[in-house]
Design a protein around this ligand. Structure first.
Ligand SMILES: Nc1nc2c(ncn2[C@@H]2O[C@H](COP(=O)(O)O)[C@@H](O)[C@H]2O)c(=O)[nH]1
Length: 255
């Protein structure tokens, strides 16, 4: 079993070290991760400058790029083989609700998925790495479950978004398959006067949960369970196809 590990907090982050320690005896495990924190970089690729790959402690390779850059170059030549599973994380903070779309942790996993590699993104719900050992234990459990059922060798790849509450192992609940919740819009931008004149702007905090009903990731983790959400990439609004066909019917037709 060949497992490729990445993240968005950087190759020296506690979360990726704990994840590597938890998975390293499950097969051939390689780490290719960003040099620095790339939180909220989503699926960004670096097209306007070259990337460099370095080797750091633990034999981890790191890249002066984004999480998606790391996986893109890994799967288009750097690795020289196709991994059986891509695992991203363990992220310092949650990736729940519809703003998961901003996540670099999910972005790394999604890049693998787009290349046909089954992928799992792991995040701890709270920042600060509390009970990281318990999260790594649960990440190992899920990867072993996937391996035991041969799911990584299935015909179609999968992409899982997993959020683990920051609790001691004995206080963690079960794996709960659920949908993404919805968040309120993000908090207002934070502006401050620049010492060089003008104004500086900081992105505001993520919005609170708007839809945290039973069956969502917000609800599952609030109960102490580990949320497991299968994601897809097709952004087509199939329900809107009919309406828009009518909206634009005959529009722009040659006179
Ligand atoms: N609007 C804001 N969103 C934030 C903020 N801090 C975190 N986030 C959310 O976190 C993740 C980033 O995930 P990562 O895997 O890239 O670390 C993503 O879900 C964001 O929406 C914040 O200050 N403002």
């Amino acid at each position: 079993m060949k497992i490729l590990i990445s993240n968005d907090d950087g190759y020296q982050a506690p979360g990726i070290i704990a994840l590597h320690d938890a998975l390293k005896d499950l097969g051939e495990v390689e780490v290719i991760a960003p040099e620095h924190n790339n939180s909220a970089k989503s699926n960004a690729l670096t097209l306007n400058q070259p990337l460099t790959v370095y080797e750091g402690a633990r034999g981890f390779r790191y890249v002066n790029g984004t999480p998606a850059d790391c996986m893109h170059i890994a799967l288009t030549g750097l690795l020289g083989y196709r991994p059986d599973l891509l695992v991203s994380g363990i992220n310092n903070g949650a990736n729940m609700g519809d703003d998961t779309i901003y996540s670099g942790t999910v972005g790394a996993a999604m890049e693998g998925y787009l290349f046909g590699v089954p992928a799992i993104a792991f995040s701890q719900v709270e920042k600060g790495w509390a009970h990281l050992d318990a999260a790594a234990h649960k990440a190992r459990e899920l990867v072993q479950r996937v391996m035991q059922q041969g799911l990584q060798a299935g015909a179609t790849p999968f992409l899982l978004n997993v959020n683990i509450p920051n609790r001691p192992l004995e206080s963690l609940g079960s794996f709960e398959v659920c949908r993404l919740g919805r968040r309120h819009a993000a908090e207002n931008v934070i502006s401050q006067a620049s010492p060089r004149g003008g104004t500086l702007y900081w992105i505001g905090a993520a919005g609170a949960a708007k839809d945290g009903a039973p069956g969502t990731d917000f609800h599952a983790t609030a109960q102490g369970n580990i949320s497991v959400t299968p994601l897809q990439v097709d952004l087509t609004d199939y329900e809107g196809l009919g309406d828009w066909t009518r909206h634009v019917q005959g529009f722009g037709a040659n006179p």
